[in-house]
Design a protein around this ligand. Structure first.
Ligand SMILES: Cc1cc2nc3c(=O)[nH]c(=O)nc-3n(C[C@H](O)[C@H](O)[C@H](O)COP(=O)(O)OP(=O)(O)OC[C@H]3O[C@@H](n4cnc5c(N)ncnc54)[C@H](O)[C@@H]3O)c2cc1C
Length: 387
């Protein structure tokens, strides 16, 4: 089977990229291990949710996927609050930057299902598909698969997540580390409905965050030492409830714990996003500390830029694998992703530090930042994806 583009990985990023190219008329094949599952209106909320910024929302709307999601399962937020114990909070609001809202909390599986639902019949989806090998040729790449034989494409896209097999098969190294910390996601129901606000409290053990979901549902994120998170994960629901009551701000009020799961915190950055005719995007290219909820937003920005460059080249009859197209993608996205990843690391270290001088600078920084001004407006716009 021969295609212009073969995308390996049909998660949120790979599916959005494959869909855009297929909508533009390129011949695309998507290879995925597990099919996306439909989400129905009344299902219980999934634990994996993402803060989707305005730019990503526009991307999903252009693809026609946003419109297919259940509005009653999506939660808008107008305010983002950061605070330390006994310190005045730092608030970013939509009103301050003259925007109607900052973003939405959406379940990952709902985004993925909506994208798959939008796939046109011209997009060939092979699922399950297992790639055994990649062979590079001057004008094409050949993928040998277990279930579907040989796939030939002008470009192969690795959108197969943090442990990308395509990155490994292409011999692209990555550097990074596992943070000493882990994070636990806890789905709760509160006595009071949410206030369209997401907040993050900084403690020396790590941040504690609240992400609102529609109605009385919400998600807590508990960052802590990996051993402490493992200890929490082994607790009964009643014990975990007690720990949350002791270690989360009282503003939570009465709540019930419904389910939880935990994740290691990993940072990694591929040494190259492009090697020959293989291109990486999304978590296959970079994983970022989830602290600021930017991971999939960066992945969508990769997909959006590369799709735009490829469609322009294709419409002009240029080679899809031209140096101009591939280097332009790599240069622009590497700079943007590295900047965000490094900013998150500085933020993470500063807020975790127990050193008195760092604490003082942090408090001073929060107090200064709390005053409305151009810097605050810039940060607010950046987080909302309107900058
Ligand atoms: C705790 C936590 C909270 C987060 N919160 C946020 C947030 O609020 N906002 C945000 O923007 N980001 C957030 N992120 C990050 C976000 O979840 C990821 O950036 C995002 O899921 C990456 O999407 P992806 O499509 O690149 O990769 P994945 O979601 O990992 O998708 C990869 C796909 O490839 C498939 N696959 C894997 N290997 C193969 C193979 N060999 N062959 C075929 N298919 C394969 C998988 O089945 C999967 O469907 C968070 C991450 C964590 C861990």
């Amino acid at each position: 089977m021969k295609f212009d583009i073969a995308v390996v990985g049909g998660g949120m990023v790979g599916a959005s990229f494959a869909l855009k190219l297929a909508q533009a008329g390129l011949s695309v094949v998507l290879l995925e291990k597990h099919p996306a599952k439909a989400v129905s209106k009344d299902d219980s909320f999934d634990l994996r949710i993402s803060a989707i910024n305005r730019r990503s929302e526009t991307w999903l709307r252009e693809l026609g996927a946003w419109q297919l999601m259940h509005p009653e399962r999506i939660c808008v937020y107008q305010q983002l609050r950061a605070f330390e114990q006994e310190q005045p909070p730092l608030d970013f609001t939509a009103a301050e930057i003259a925007e109607p809202y900052l973003g939405h909390m959406v379940e990952n599986n709902q985004i993925q299902a909506a994208l798959w639902q939008q796939f046109p019949t011209t997009l060939t989806t092979l699922c399950p598909a297992t790639v055994n090998s990649i062979q590079h040729h001057p004008d094409f790449v050949s993928l040998k698969t277990e279930e579907h034989g040989e796939i030939i494409a002008k470009l192969v896209i690795g959108a197969d997540g943090a442990n990308s097999q395509i990155r490994q098969l292409a011999g692209i190294g990555s550097n990074g580390w596992q943070y000493q910390q882990a994070c636990m996601l806890i789905h709760i129901q509160t006595a009071y409905p949410h206030l369209e606000m997401t907040w993050q409290q900084f403690t020396e053990q790590g941040p504690r965050a609240y992400l609102p979901l529609p109605g009385h549902d919400g998600s807590l994120v508990w960052y802590d030492d990996a051993n402490r998170i493992a200890q929490l994960a082994a607790m009964s629901t009643e014990q975990l409830h007690r720990e949350i009551t002791q270690h989360f701000p009282q503003r939570l009020g009465e709540f019930t714990v419904l389910k939880q799961a935990w994740f290691p915190l990993v940072r990694s950055d591929a040494n190259q996003y492009v090697k020959g005719r293989v291109v990486l995007m999304g978590d296959a290219a970079h994983t970022i500390n989830p602290l600021a909820g930017q991971g999939v937003n960066l992945g969508f920005a990769d997909a959006q830029l590369f799709a735009q460059l490829l469609i322009e080249a294709w419409q002009k009859g240029e080679d899809l694998a031209s140096q101009r197209v591939l280097s332009s993608y790599q240069r622009q996205r590497k700079i943007a992703n590295l900047t965000m990843m490094s900013a998150m690391d500085v933020f993470y270290q500063v807020f975790k530090s127990e050193l008195a001088p760092v604490r003082q600078i942090r408090r001073l920084g929060l107090a200064l930042a709390a005053k409305a001004g151009p810097l605050k407006a810039w940060v607010g716009k950046y987080a909302a994806g309107v900058k």
